[in-house]
Ligand binder design. Structure first.
Ligand code: FAD
Length: 519
């Protein structure tokens, strides 16, 4: 019967391609699971719920949404689509939490699989790992593992993202310099390939599939389960921010901190840029500064200058004597070259720290400022070119406004497995620059205007290309094959080869617009 359903979808596509429309809601079969032989259910009514994403820039309505009741459901659907695809053009997109920017988890007229429906987190305390379903959110993984006194080692700044979604990109935050991205902390995966096979894979079993899927932009298979390494969880965090006006000193100190041995440095190193005082007190990454520190911040003479904020944490446990933490932090801050009066510290629980962005999300939601267009641009910039980027982008293209946080922090390439599909620059140290900007509804015609922000993004990308900075987009968005080839560079052939093996009919993740250009 699932083949029958897909035949109906094919007929619908044929009809709509000659200009007629067939409302899927009229199909008697689709809403009733009993006639579809899925353990879960296929829904053709509420397709609008998965038609957009956090970016709020692209909107593609699928023909149906699968809420899987089992991994077999996912395999059955993919196999049927695979078998019909030479005639149907049907596609399938796994949707984690829909936090992409450019429709990457959408499938125009295809089937979206709501991965969140399939739940399951199992912590193995003795072997320090957690087995987790692909649609689980990192916040739930955190709470489940903390109950056993353990936690994953590598995070994203925001935890309401799905495991399958971040593993399809990389998954980075201020721990990545030490532990690598989240994809470097996975022991094994269960994957449904583009042919509908359910395969287990790890470095030692189906190793090529394992490496293809990690950072693979959903192109080679759907992650239905992941085994993630854990470590003993700290209970408390000392969170420190210091300011710089000199970019060279700022990056020198960041690079120094990430070069120190594991136990002799901070546990998390990030940073952000403050253009024209924007972001210091006003943006959503900066709630930290108030209410404890407003006097100090406003007393700094920062007018008109681009400032850089280095952000670090040191983990500890409730019973650790505080003077020991004080001493460790003091000795780490000692060699750094920040503006002397600009040290801001706060202590909080490990959960509060990791879940810090959610607090701001709730505030923005209450003001209607969360579900606005987000023309975000995330770039990896090689260390050797980061000063050029500063001069050309922070101090020139963006000199008047930012419209949201701009993150900047370095990572070590040696912590990335270069056999995975994730793409990084060639330098051993490279920076993430995240331009996390919002187009606010009240600001049409102002600097926050969506067109203006998109135009600035294009200017930045042009600048990088013209100057030969060797940048790579993180969570890339391209629309032409030539751009994708440029993105993957010498790894393009391997990417194409893997696609032919694991998803030969190019049905998976059409929203990435890499192979089928259908969307
Ligand atoms: P979706 O947007 O649902 O999917 C992303 C892609 O992965 C799609 O192509 C989809 O088809 C595919 N996919 C989804 N699930 C699976 C699966 N199970 N198997 C195979 N493919 C799948 N990223 C970071 O690295 N670090 C951060 O600090 C960070 N912070 C963020 C903060 C916010 C507020 C937001 C909105 C995003 C942030 N991200 C960050 C980006 C995030 O990693 C990506 O958006 C990522 O796509 C995860 O989101 P998602 O789970 O909603 O995936």
């Amino acid at each position: 019967t699932s083949v029958l359903l897909l035949l109906l979808v094919v007929i619908s596509r044929l009809i709509s391609s000659v200009g007629l429309t067939l409302d899927l809601k009229l199909w008697p079969c689709i809403p009733y699971p009993q006639c579809l032989a899925f353990d879960g259910r296929m829904d053709s009514f509420n397709t609008h719920l998965v038609a957009s994403d956090f970016g709020n820039l692209d909107r593609h309505l699928p023909a149906a949404v699968l809420h899987p009741g089992s991994v077999t459901d996912i395999a059955k659907l993919v196999k049927s689509v695979y078998e019909l695809s030479p005639y149907s053009g049907l596609t399938v997109a796994a949707r984690g939490h829909g936090h992409s920017i450019h429709g990457q988890a959408q499938a125009l007229n295809g089937v979206v699989i709501e991965m969140r429906t399939l739940r399951g987190i199992h912590v193995d305390r003795d072997n320090a790992y957690v087995d987790v379903r692909g649609g689980e959110l990192w916040i739930d993984v955190l709470h489940a593992t903390l109950r056993e006194g353990l936690a994953p080692k590598s995070w994203t700044d925001y935890l309401y993202l799905s495991v399958g979604g971040t593993l399809s990109n990389g998954g980075i935050s201020g721990q990545a310099f030490q532990h690598g991205p989240q994809i470097s902390n996975v022991q094994q995966l269960e994957v449904v390939t583009g042919k509908g096979e359910i395969l287990n894979c790890s470095r030692h079993q189906n190793g090529d599939l394992f490496q293809a899927v990690l950072g693979g932009l959903g192109q080679f298979g759907i992650i239905t389960k992941a085994r993630i390494e854990l470590e003993p969880a700290p209970q408390r965090v000392r969170w420190i921010r210091v300011l710089y006006s000199d970019f060279a000193a700022f990056t020198r100190d960041q690079e120094y901190l990430i070069s120190l041995p594991k136990n002799s440095t901070f546990d998390y190193v990030e940073g952000f840029v403050i253009v024209n005082n924007e972001g210091l007190l006003s943006n959503w990454r900066s709630s930290y500064f108030s209410p404890q520190n407003p006097v100090k911040v406003s007393s700094l003479d920062t007018k008109g200058r681009v400032l850089y904020c280095l952000e670090m944490t040191k983990n500890y446990n409730e019973h650790d004597p505080l003077h020991v933490i004080d001493e460790k932090v003091e000795s780490l801050l000692g060699p750094l070259d920040f503006i002397p009066a600009s040290v801001f510290t706060t202590d909080l629980s490990y959960v509060e720290f990791l879940d810090r962005v959610h607090t701001t999300e709730l505030k923005l939601r209450s003001k209607g400022l969360w579900e606005v267009p987000h023309p975000w641009l995330n770039l990896f910039i090689p260390k050797s070119k980061i000063a050029d980027f500063d001069a050309g982008v922070f101090k020139d293209i963006l000199r008047n406004t930012t419209s949201g946080p701009i993150l900047i922090y370095p990572m070590n390439r040696s912590k990335w497995d270069n056999k995975t599909s994730a793409v990084t620059p060639d330098d051993e140290i490279f920076y993430l620059v995240g331009l996390l900007r919002s187009a606010l509804p009240s600001s049409a015609g102002s600097d926050h205007n969506l067109d203006l922000l998109i135009d600035q993004n294009n200017q930045i990308l042009r600048f990088c290309r013209e100057q030969g900075l060797g940048e790579k987009q993180y969570m890339p968005h391209y629309t032409t094959e030539a751009d994708w080839k440029h993105h993957f560079g010498s790894r393009w052939e391997k990417f194409v080869e893997r696609k032919a093996i694991y998803d030969p009919n190019a049905i998976l993740a059409p929203g990435q617009r890499i192979f089928n250009g259908r969307q």
